[in-house]
Design a protein around this ligand. Structure first.
Ligand code: G1P
Length: 297
Protein backbone atom coordinates (compact mmCIF):
# COMPACT_ATOMS: atom_id res chain seq x y z
CA UNK A 1 0.00 0.00 0.00
CA UNK A 2 1.26 3.48 -0.85
CA UNK A 3 1.78 5.70 2.19
CA UNK A 4 -0.09 8.97 2.51
CA UNK A 5 1.95 12.13 2.35
CA UNK A 6 1.47 13.93 5.67
CA UNK A 7 4.79 15.72 6.19
CA UNK A 8 6.11 18.75 4.36
CA UNK A 9 9.45 20.51 4.50
CA UNK A 10 9.62 24.28 4.04
CA UNK A 11 13.16 25.45 3.33
CA UNK A 12 13.11 28.99 4.73
CA UNK A 13 16.74 29.54 5.66
CA UNK A 14 17.63 31.70 2.63
CA UNK A 15 18.87 35.23 3.28
CA UNK A 16 16.66 36.89 0.71
CA UNK A 17 19.45 39.13 -0.53
CA UNK A 18 17.47 40.00 -3.67
CA UNK A 19 15.07 41.96 -1.49
CA UNK A 20 17.56 43.94 0.58
CA UNK A 21 17.18 46.24 2.41
CA UNK A 22 13.62 44.95 3.15
CA UNK A 23 15.00 41.57 4.23
CA UNK A 24 17.61 43.05 6.56
CA UNK A 25 15.24 42.62 9.49
CA UNK A 26 12.26 40.76 8.00
CA UNK A 27 12.51 37.22 6.61
CA UNK A 28 11.58 37.21 2.93
CA UNK A 29 8.88 34.61 3.66
CA UNK A 30 7.19 37.26 5.81
CA UNK A 31 6.88 39.70 2.91
CA UNK A 32 3.28 40.48 2.21
CA UNK A 33 1.34 39.44 -0.84
CA UNK A 34 -1.81 41.60 -0.53
CA UNK A 35 -2.40 40.98 3.19
CA UNK A 36 -0.80 37.65 3.96
CA UNK A 37 2.86 36.77 4.21
CA UNK A 38 4.25 34.46 1.53
CA UNK A 39 4.65 31.62 4.02
CA UNK A 40 0.91 31.64 4.73
CA UNK A 41 0.17 30.77 1.10
CA UNK A 42 2.56 27.84 1.33
CA UNK A 43 1.05 26.60 4.60
CA UNK A 44 -2.51 26.89 3.27
CA UNK A 45 -1.55 24.93 0.16
CA UNK A 46 0.04 22.21 2.29
CA UNK A 47 -3.00 21.97 4.55
CA UNK A 48 -5.30 21.62 1.53
CA UNK A 49 -3.15 18.71 0.38
CA UNK A 50 -3.58 16.88 3.68
CA UNK A 51 -0.24 17.78 5.27
CA UNK A 52 -0.31 17.56 9.06
CA UNK A 53 3.34 17.93 10.03
CA UNK A 54 5.14 21.08 8.96
CA UNK A 55 8.92 21.13 9.12
CA UNK A 56 10.61 24.51 8.76
CA UNK A 57 14.30 24.57 7.99
CA UNK A 58 15.28 27.99 9.24
CA UNK A 59 18.40 29.98 10.07
CA UNK A 60 19.49 32.89 12.21
CA UNK A 61 17.30 35.98 11.84
CA UNK A 62 14.13 34.05 11.06
CA UNK A 63 12.40 34.11 14.44
CA UNK A 64 9.57 36.28 13.07
CA UNK A 65 8.34 33.12 11.34
CA UNK A 66 7.99 31.29 14.65
CA UNK A 67 6.12 34.18 16.22
CA UNK A 68 3.82 34.46 13.25
CA UNK A 69 2.47 30.92 13.67
CA UNK A 70 2.12 31.22 17.43
CA UNK A 71 -1.10 32.21 19.20
CA UNK A 72 -1.39 35.95 19.95
CA UNK A 73 -3.55 35.99 23.12
CA UNK A 74 -3.39 39.76 23.76
CA UNK A 75 -4.24 40.63 20.18
CA UNK A 76 -7.06 38.08 20.14
CA UNK A 77 -8.49 39.44 23.40
CA UNK A 78 -8.43 43.00 22.05
CA UNK A 79 -10.24 42.01 18.87
CA UNK A 80 -12.78 39.96 20.82
CA UNK A 81 -13.50 42.90 23.14
CA UNK A 82 -13.91 45.23 20.19
CA UNK A 83 -16.35 42.78 18.54
CA UNK A 84 -14.10 42.44 15.48
CA UNK A 85 -15.10 38.84 14.88
CA UNK A 86 -14.10 38.60 11.25
CA UNK A 87 -10.58 39.84 11.94
CA UNK A 88 -10.39 37.53 14.93
CA UNK A 89 -11.17 34.54 12.70
CA UNK A 90 -8.58 35.66 10.15
CA UNK A 91 -6.02 35.92 12.91
CA UNK A 92 -6.90 32.57 14.43
CA UNK A 93 -6.48 30.88 11.05
CA UNK A 94 -2.74 31.59 11.37
CA UNK A 95 -2.41 29.66 14.64
CA UNK A 96 -0.97 26.21 14.28
CA UNK A 97 -1.70 23.37 16.69
CA UNK A 98 0.98 22.81 19.29
CA UNK A 99 3.47 20.36 17.88
CA UNK A 100 2.33 20.72 14.28
CA UNK A 101 5.33 22.83 13.26
CA UNK A 102 8.90 21.85 13.98
CA UNK A 103 11.74 24.29 13.43
CA UNK A 104 15.23 23.09 12.75
CA UNK A 105 18.20 25.15 11.77
CA UNK A 106 20.47 24.90 8.82
CA UNK A 107 23.75 26.17 10.23
CA UNK A 108 25.43 26.85 6.91
CA UNK A 109 23.99 27.97 3.58
CA UNK A 110 25.07 24.86 1.66
CA UNK A 111 22.12 24.68 -0.74
CA UNK A 112 18.54 23.45 -1.08
CA UNK A 113 19.61 19.80 -0.97
CA UNK A 114 21.40 20.37 2.30
CA UNK A 115 18.40 22.22 3.75
CA UNK A 116 16.13 19.25 3.04
CA UNK A 117 18.76 16.84 4.40
CA UNK A 118 18.71 18.81 7.68
CA UNK A 119 15.10 17.61 8.13
CA UNK A 120 15.92 13.91 7.67
CA UNK A 121 15.34 12.80 11.27
CA UNK A 122 11.95 14.47 11.41
CA UNK A 123 10.88 12.94 8.11
CA UNK A 124 11.88 9.38 8.93
CA UNK A 125 10.99 6.61 6.53
CA UNK A 126 7.99 7.92 4.61
CA UNK A 127 7.24 9.97 1.51
CA UNK A 128 7.23 13.71 2.13
CA UNK A 129 6.54 16.97 0.33
CA UNK A 130 8.81 19.96 -0.13
CA UNK A 131 7.37 23.41 -0.75
CA UNK A 132 9.47 26.41 -1.77
CA UNK A 133 7.47 29.42 -0.55
CA UNK A 134 9.07 31.69 -3.20
CA UNK A 135 7.03 29.88 -5.82
CA UNK A 136 3.46 31.02 -5.32
CA UNK A 137 0.92 29.15 -7.42
CA UNK A 138 -2.58 30.47 -8.05
CA UNK A 139 -4.81 27.51 -8.87
CA UNK A 140 -8.40 26.43 -8.50
CA UNK A 141 -7.22 23.21 -6.89
CA UNK A 142 -4.01 23.94 -4.98
CA UNK A 143 -0.93 22.60 -6.75
CA UNK A 144 0.27 20.24 -4.02
CA UNK A 145 -3.20 18.73 -3.76
CA UNK A 146 -3.15 18.04 -7.50
CA UNK A 147 0.21 16.37 -7.04
CA UNK A 148 -0.80 14.29 -4.02
CA UNK A 149 -3.75 12.95 -6.03
CA UNK A 150 -1.55 12.12 -9.02
CA UNK A 151 1.12 10.63 -6.76
CA UNK A 152 -1.43 8.26 -5.21
CA UNK A 153 -1.52 6.61 -8.66
CA UNK A 154 2.16 6.76 -9.60
CA UNK A 155 4.21 6.50 -6.40
CA UNK A 156 7.91 7.31 -6.83
CA UNK A 157 9.18 10.89 -6.80
CA UNK A 158 7.22 13.71 -8.35
CA UNK A 159 8.23 17.29 -9.13
CA UNK A 160 5.97 20.13 -10.24
CA UNK A 161 6.87 21.09 -13.80
CA UNK A 162 6.26 24.02 -16.11
CA UNK A 163 7.30 24.79 -19.67
CA UNK A 164 9.56 27.85 -19.74
CA UNK A 165 11.14 29.90 -22.50
CA UNK A 166 14.39 28.25 -23.68
CA UNK A 167 16.37 31.35 -22.69
CA UNK A 168 15.09 31.02 -19.10
CA UNK A 169 15.91 27.32 -18.64
CA UNK A 170 19.31 28.12 -17.10
CA UNK A 171 17.55 29.47 -13.98
CA UNK A 172 15.87 26.16 -13.10
CA UNK A 173 16.22 22.48 -12.56
CA UNK A 174 15.35 21.04 -15.99
CA UNK A 175 13.87 17.65 -16.86
CA UNK A 176 15.13 15.25 -19.50
CA UNK A 177 11.83 13.82 -20.68
CA UNK A 178 11.30 10.10 -21.23
CA UNK A 179 7.63 9.75 -22.06
CA UNK A 180 5.43 12.85 -22.26
CA UNK A 181 1.83 12.04 -21.42
CA UNK A 182 0.75 15.69 -21.20
CA UNK A 183 0.05 16.27 -17.53
CA UNK A 184 2.38 13.52 -16.44
CA UNK A 185 5.91 13.13 -17.74
CA UNK A 186 8.28 10.30 -17.02
CA UNK A 187 11.71 11.68 -16.30
CA UNK A 188 14.96 10.09 -17.43
CA UNK A 189 17.36 12.77 -16.24
CA UNK A 190 17.49 16.08 -14.40
CA UNK A 191 20.00 18.89 -14.44
CA UNK A 192 20.22 21.87 -12.13
CA UNK A 193 20.74 25.25 -13.80
CA UNK A 194 22.05 23.98 -17.16
CA UNK A 195 24.42 26.30 -19.04
CA UNK A 196 22.62 28.23 -21.78
CA UNK A 197 21.99 26.04 -24.81
CA UNK A 198 22.56 22.75 -22.97
CA UNK A 199 19.16 22.20 -21.31
CA UNK A 200 17.67 18.77 -22.11
CA UNK A 201 14.20 20.34 -22.56
CA UNK A 202 12.21 23.45 -21.67
CA UNK A 203 10.38 21.68 -18.89
CA UNK A 204 11.48 23.26 -15.61
CA UNK A 205 11.09 22.13 -12.02
CA UNK A 206 8.88 24.41 -9.91
CA UNK A 207 9.08 24.43 -6.11
CA UNK A 208 6.73 21.57 -5.20
CA UNK A 209 8.05 18.06 -4.69
CA UNK A 210 6.82 14.73 -3.39
CA UNK A 211 9.84 12.64 -2.52
CA UNK A 212 10.64 9.19 -1.25
CA UNK A 213 12.88 8.70 1.78
CA UNK A 214 15.62 7.25 -0.44
CA UNK A 215 16.20 10.82 -1.68
CA UNK A 216 17.36 11.63 1.86
CA UNK A 217 19.95 8.88 1.61
CA UNK A 218 21.06 10.22 -1.77
CA UNK A 219 21.42 13.66 -0.19
CA UNK A 220 24.12 12.38 2.13
CA UNK A 221 26.11 11.11 -0.86
CA UNK A 222 25.87 13.81 -3.52
CA UNK A 223 28.62 16.33 -4.16
CA UNK A 224 28.17 20.09 -4.60
CA UNK A 225 27.25 21.05 -8.18
CA UNK A 226 25.53 24.16 -9.62
CA UNK A 227 26.62 27.24 -7.69
CA UNK A 228 28.88 25.08 -5.50
CA UNK A 229 25.79 23.95 -3.54
CA UNK A 230 24.27 20.60 -2.64
CA UNK A 231 21.34 20.40 -5.03
CA UNK A 232 18.04 18.64 -4.39
CA UNK A 233 17.80 18.09 -8.15
CA UNK A 234 20.92 15.88 -8.06
CA UNK A 235 19.55 13.75 -5.21
CA UNK A 236 16.31 13.20 -7.13
CA UNK A 237 18.23 12.40 -10.32
CA UNK A 238 20.16 9.77 -8.35
CA UNK A 239 16.87 7.88 -7.97
CA UNK A 240 16.86 7.35 -11.74
CA UNK A 241 20.34 5.87 -11.67
CA UNK A 242 19.01 3.40 -9.11
CA UNK A 243 16.13 2.47 -11.44
CA UNK A 244 13.39 4.21 -9.46
CA UNK A 245 10.63 6.37 -10.93
CA UNK A 246 10.62 10.14 -11.13
CA UNK A 247 7.69 12.02 -12.65
CA UNK A 248 7.19 15.59 -13.74
CA UNK A 249 3.71 16.94 -13.16
CA UNK A 250 2.43 19.84 -15.27
CA UNK A 251 0.14 21.43 -12.70
CA UNK A 252 -2.91 23.47 -13.59
CA UNK A 253 -2.39 26.99 -12.30
CA UNK A 254 -0.28 30.11 -12.64
CA UNK A 255 3.08 30.26 -10.97
CA UNK A 256 4.66 33.48 -9.73
CA UNK A 257 8.35 33.72 -8.96
CA UNK A 258 8.12 35.69 -5.73
CA UNK A 259 11.87 35.28 -5.30
CA UNK A 260 12.27 38.03 -7.91
CA UNK A 261 11.05 41.61 -7.66
CA UNK A 262 9.22 41.53 -10.99
CA UNK A 263 7.54 38.24 -10.07
CA UNK A 264 6.51 39.56 -6.68
CA UNK A 265 4.96 42.65 -8.25
CA UNK A 266 3.10 40.54 -10.82
CA UNK A 267 1.76 38.32 -8.04
CA UNK A 268 0.64 41.36 -6.09
CA UNK A 269 -1.35 42.63 -9.06
CA UNK A 270 -2.81 39.21 -9.94
CA UNK A 271 -3.78 38.35 -6.35
CA UNK A 272 -5.14 41.87 -5.82
CA UNK A 273 -7.32 41.58 -8.93
CA UNK A 274 -8.56 38.18 -7.76
CA UNK A 275 -9.86 39.67 -4.52
CA UNK A 276 -13.51 40.80 -4.63
CA UNK A 277 -12.84 43.59 -2.11
CA UNK A 278 -9.96 45.07 -4.14
CA UNK A 279 -10.75 44.11 -7.74
CA UNK A 280 -12.69 47.23 -8.77
CA UNK A 281 -10.44 49.87 -7.27
CA UNK A 282 -7.21 48.21 -8.40
CA UNK A 283 -8.58 47.42 -11.86
CA UNK A 284 -9.68 50.99 -12.36
CA UNK A 285 -6.29 52.28 -11.28
CA UNK A 286 -4.45 49.94 -13.67
CA UNK A 287 -6.69 50.83 -16.60
CA UNK A 288 -6.18 54.56 -15.99
CA UNK A 289 -2.44 54.09 -15.61
CA UNK A 290 -2.14 52.18 -18.89
CA UNK A 291 -4.31 54.72 -20.72
CA UNK A 292 -2.15 57.53 -19.38
CA UNK A 293 1.04 55.79 -20.53
CA UNK A 294 -0.34 55.08 -23.97
CA UNK A 295 -1.44 58.70 -24.36
CA UNK A 296 2.06 59.87 -23.45
CA UNK A 297 3.75 57.63 -26.06
C1 G1P B 1 15.24 26.00 -6.91
C2 G1P B 1 15.61 24.60 -7.42
C3 G1P B 1 15.38 24.52 -8.93
C4 G1P B 1 13.95 24.90 -9.26
C5 G1P B 1 13.62 26.29 -8.67
C6 G1P B 1 12.14 26.60 -8.84
O1 G1P B 1 16.17 26.92 -7.44
O2 G1P B 1 16.96 24.33 -7.10
O3 G1P B 1 15.63 23.22 -9.37
O4 G1P B 1 13.78 24.92 -10.66
O5 G1P B 1 13.92 26.34 -7.27
O6 G1P B 1 11.82 27.85 -8.36
P1 G1P B 1 16.34 28.44 -6.89
O7 G1P B 1 15.24 29.23 -7.53
O8 G1P B 1 16.21 28.37 -5.40
O9 G1P B 1 17.69 28.86 -7.35
Amino acid sequence: MKMKVTKAVFPVAGMGTRFLPATKAVPKEMMTLVDRPLIQYAIDEARAAGIRDFIFVTARGKSALEDYFDAAPELEATLRKAGKDELLQTLKATNMDSGAIAYIRQHKALGLGHAVWCARRLIGDEPFAVILPDDVIAAEKPCLQQMVEAHAETGGCMVAAMDVLPERAHAYGVLDIGQDLGELVSVRGMVEKPATGTAPSNLAVIGRYILTPSVLRNLSQIKPSAGGELQLTDAIAAELADGRDVFGFRFRGERFDCGSKAGFLQATVAFGLARPDLRDELGEYLRALIAQREAAE
